[in-house]
Structure formats: structure tokens, C-alpha cells
Design a protein around this ligand. Structure first.
Ligand SMILES: Cc1cc2nc3c(=O)[nH]c(=O)nc-3n(C[C@H](O)[C@H](O)[C@H](O)COP(=O)(O)OP(=O)(O)OC[C@H]3O[C@@H](n4cnc5c(N)ncnc54)[C@H](O)[C@@H]3O)c2cc1C
Length: 455
């Protein structure tokens, strides 16, 4: 650690890479080390804005020679303390995207965000498998599996990767496919960022010629009936329809529309791969519950898919907890309402239940480490910690929710939504041992670090 203390590590990096290098001595250090996830307070040894893939190779070799780790962190949406002490690589220069509609593929570089890929494919009738937020990188999301809007029809995003362009733990560029290195290819498709720095990847596209979607909101007093309708409808809907329901306790912050600040509401987010009349028939039971406060559903272009859930794209001080549920029956709904106490003041701003199932749960021998996800529902809850003293109240409320929902909480979780879970719960059974063995083979000195280490 001598290099860290005397600053020679930063100076040495500056001599070797073409991109900008920032170290603890620099005035902008706090802004540079910050992640999108503002509560992360991460402590890297240097931040490198790589200029190109060669810079990545140089930084990885340098890290190996100096006994420090190196970690790709394009946005910090998934930041954890696991990358403390490492060189953080920012990928903002690597935003290349190219689409080959005839081949049904897209090549996506490591700094490209979902909003960029959705825009590039807009109007083409083809799509990849985007999630709720346009600001996450396609590569970071996909390395962790990728639970997106079209996943009930097509599964996790990781399973559609055809090849990876990587810099390996020796700093050497390589192309990884099922044929070149079946184990590493399997690990990269859902095992996270522990195995290599990914420069770009090639994804297979899926057909999405017609997309209906949007958000409908109701007054909070209809919460119980709407949650019950959601539970009932999701037992029979086709894989083309994806529904996420929210109890929202809108905070008094600028990104919330003024009329909703400080109010509770129920929101139903829907995406249907098909025509409007079919979608409206499937959603009719919700309309029958009560007149909505606001109805924002329509045929939409792909580029708007990342806006449906109305998540913040700017960095936020949020504390989130996610679990997978074995069921969402009447008793689970009562337990959720008991914990959330909608309408009352709460340190939590959102309780979201996503319907999974469909292709998420269907096994296929070609799948990567993300595997299948059997539990049919995902529950996510979160609160803002605008000042440090608010943290304890948010944590207590999240723990209270966890206790109330315990009978339905499955041991299995997913990597992309992980915080401090046991590693074994983040993957299908047997996968952790295989991932650890692959990590040991491809990176025996643990030079490459990820937010959720497998080795
Ligand atoms: C508001 C919000 C909404 C979300 N919605 C969804 C959703 O709908 N579905 C879903 O599946 N997930 C979702 N996520 C989780 C998100 O996909 C993960 O946090 C993902 O890791 C973000 O990737 P990133 O590159 O933007 O983040 P970062 O925090 O920058 O990266 C996360 C990790 O990915 C790895 N990584 C990233 N790039 C590379 C690379 N080029 N090479 C090697 N490793 C790399 C590293 O290990 C890094 O620690 C959401 C997260 C947030 C904050």
C-alpha cells in the first residue's frame, strides 16, 4: 500500500493511460469517487476515465503489478463497499452501439446506457431486454442477469448474449463465446463483473413490433382491492403482459410532480407486447375497481420504455431492499398493507411488487449463470436518506416489512437487486461453486473486483 500513501500509484497511472486519472489528492475527488447510489461512500484508490480498450488493458496490468484491484463502475447504480481499495474504471468514453437488423444482433460498448440502446432500436420492430431504468448500463445490467419488461416472454437479458469482448485479468484483450471458453461465457452471463472487464458485448435481439404500456394511478384507498386484482390477474395473464404494482408515498422532492408531493397513491405499470385492444381487455379488471386518478397507457415507442416506472435517473441517497416471494395471496397482501400502512407518514417511499414467472422460470440448457428464477413475484421497498439521521428509521421500516413478509420470502434472490444477501441465494443451486472455480482459473490473484465478489 506504499504507492497509495505516497500518491505514486496515481502518478504512475497518469503516466500510462490516455484517459483522465483522479486521486485522493485532487479537489474533485469526492465528486469523482461518488456513485449513482449516493449512500455508497466508496473508497477507491483512484478513478480512471478510460479513453479506450487499451487504457483498460493498461489499468488492469498496472493493478496486477501493484497488488491492488481494478473494477469497472460505469454508473455506480450497483455500488457496494466491495470495490473499496480498487482502481475504479469509468466507461463514459465507450458508448459505441451498432445494430445489425438482418442478423438480429446489436453490439453494445461498456458505457452505453439502456436509454441509448432503446433509442438506437426505436422503430425497428426489434428490441433487447431493457429494465425499468434507462440510466443503467446495458453491460452492467446484463452481467447481473437483467430482469426486464420483456423477460416474462424472453427471459433474463444475460441469456441473449452471443459474445463478449473482454480485457482479461492479465490485461489482454479476448473475445469470449460459447465455443472459445464455455465456462467463462457461462459465468459472464449473470455471474457479475468478477471475471473480466467487459469492453463490449453482442446481444441477440427479440421481436417487439408493437408495445403497449404506461402507468395508471389510483387513490390510495383502493390499495387492497387493486392488490387483490393484481394477484388474481397475474395468475392467468399471457407472457406478453408484464405488470408491476406500487404503493407510492411520494416524497417532497423536485423529481416528483408537484401535485403528488407528500401524497400516497397506487400505481400499476404495464407493458404488453401486442395490440392495444388485447392489452385493454387484459387490464379491464383494474379499471373496474375504481376510476383512476391518472391513466397514462398507450401504444408506445421503445425509447419510452425506461420512463414508465418514473424512477429517478439522477443520483439519489436511497436505501432499497428486494426479496422474491413464493406467492402473493390474500394473506401476503394483508401483511404488505400492515407493514406499509398506506396513507400514514412513513420513512419508505415505495413498495413495488413485480410479476415474474413466464420465461424467467423456464429452464434452458443454453442459460448462463443467471439461470432461472422460480419465485413468481419480486418485492422491492425503499426509502430516501436525505440526512444521515434518517437512515435508522428507513432501516427499521425495511426490517419491519421483512418480518411481516417472512412467510412468503424465498431464500433465492437475484444479483442485480442484491445488497448484503448470502452469495448462494443469488444464483441457482450449484452455481456459486462453479463461479468460484472459474474465478480462480481466470483471475487467481483477484485483480478484477466486482460489487458482489464470487470468489
Ligand atoms: C433505479 C434502479 C433501477 C433498476 N432496475 C433494474 C431492473 O429493472 N432490472 C434489473 O435487472 N436490474 C435493475 N437495477 C439494477 C441494475 O441493473 C444493477 O445495479 C446493475 O449492476 C447496474 O449496472 P451499471 O453498470 O449501471 O452499474 P455499476 O454500479 O456502475 O456497475 C455494477 C457492477 O457491474 C459490473 N460491471 C459494470 N460494467 C462492467 C464492465 N464493463 N465490465 C465488468 N464489470 C462491469 C461491476 O461488477 C460493477 O460493480 C436497477 C438499479 C437501479 C438503481
Amino acid at each position: 500500500m506504499k504507492h497509495v500513501e505516497d500518491g505514486s500509484l496515481v502518478a504512475g497511472l497518469r503516466e500510462l493511460v490516455r484517459g483522465r486519472v483522479i486521486g485522493p489528492e485532487d479537489e474533485s475527488w469526492d465528486a469523482e469517487r461518488a456513485a449513482w447510489h449516493l449512500l455508497a461512500d466508496q473508497r477507491p484508490v483512484a478513478v480512471v476515465h478510460v479513453a479506450d480498450a487499451d487504457d483498460i488493458g493498461v489499468a488492469v496490468r498496472f493493478a496486477g503489478q501493484h497488488g491492488v484491484g481494478v473494477s469497472a463502475q460505469p454508473t455506480g447504480h450497483g455500488a457496494t463497499p466491495a470495490t473499496d481499495g480498487a482502481i475504479l474504471l469509468r466507461m463514459g468514453a465507450l458508448t459505441g452501439l451498432s445494430v445489425d437488423l438482418a442478423a438480429g444482433t446489436a453490439r453494445v460498448e461498456a458505457g452505453a446506457r439502456w436509454r441509448d440502446l432503446n433509442q438506437a432500436l426505436n422503430g425497428s420492430g426489434m428490441s433487447s431486454l431493457p429494465g425499468s431504468n434507462g440510466d443503467t448500463t446495458v453491460v452492467g445490467y446484463t452481467l447481473g442477469g437483467g430482469l426486464g419488461w420483456f423477460g416474462r416472454k424472453y427471459g433474463q437479458a444475460a441469456n441473449l448474449v452471443r459474445s463478449f469482448e473482454i480485457v482479461d485479468a492479465d490485461g489482454e484483450p479476448r473475445r469470449v463465446t460459447a465455443e472459445s471458453d464455455a465456462d467463462l461465457f457461462w459465468a459472464l452471463r449473470g455471474g457479475g463483473g468478477d471475471f473480466a472487464i467487459v469492453v463490449a458485448m453482442e446481444l441477440a435481439l427479440v421481436p417487439a413490433p408493437e408495445i403497449f404500456g404506461g402507468r395508471t394511478m389510483w387513490p390510495i384507498q383502493h390499495a387492497k382491492e387493486l392488490l387483490r386484482t393484481f394477484a388474481e390477474v397475474t395468475t392467468t395473464v399471457p407472457d406478453e403482459l408484464t405488470l408491476w404494482i406500487w404503493l407510492l408515498n411520494f416524497p417532497d422532492v423536485p423529481f416528483v410532480p408537484e401535485a403528488m408531493r407528500g401524497q400516497w397513491a397506487v400505481a400499476l405499470d404495464a407493458v404488453f407486447l401486442g395490440p392495444e385492444d388485447e392489452a385493454r381487455k387484459l387490464l379491464a379488471p383494474f379499471e373496474a375497481v375504481a376510476a383512476p386518478l391518472m391513466s397514462g397507457t398507450a401504444m408506445i415507442p421503445l425509447r419510452e420504455i425506461g420512463l414508465i416506472a418514473q424512477e429517478p435517473e439522477e443520483p439519489v441517497p436511497g436505501l432499497l431492499k428486494t426479496v422474491l416471494l413464493s406467492d402473493f395471496d390474500a394473506a401476503a397482501i394483508d401483511a404488505l398493507l400492515d407493514a406499509a400502512v398506506p396513507g400514514e407518514p412513513s420513512p419508505l417511499f415505495a413498495f413495488e411488487v413485480r410479476h415474474l414467472g413466464g420465461a424467467f422460470a423456464r429452464a434452458d440448457v443454453s442459460q448462463g449463470a443467471a439461470g432461472t428464477i422460480d419465485p413468481p413475484y419480486l418485492l422491492l421497498a425503499g426509502g430516501f436518506v436525505a440526512a444521515p439521521e434518517m437512515g435508522a428509521a428507513v432501516e427499521t421500516a425495511l426490517a419491519g416489512l421483512h418480518d411481516k413478509m417472512k412467510p412468503w420470502i424465498r431464500e433465492r434472490m437475484v444479483l442485480n437487486f442484491a445488497t448484503d444477501e448470502e452469495l448462494a441465494s443469488l444464483f441457482p443451486s450449484g452455481a456459486v461453486e462453479r463461479l468460484a472455480a472459474i474465478k480462480h482459473r481466470v483471475d487467481p490473484h483477484n485483480t478484477i473486483r466486482s460489487n458482489h465478489p464470487v470468489g
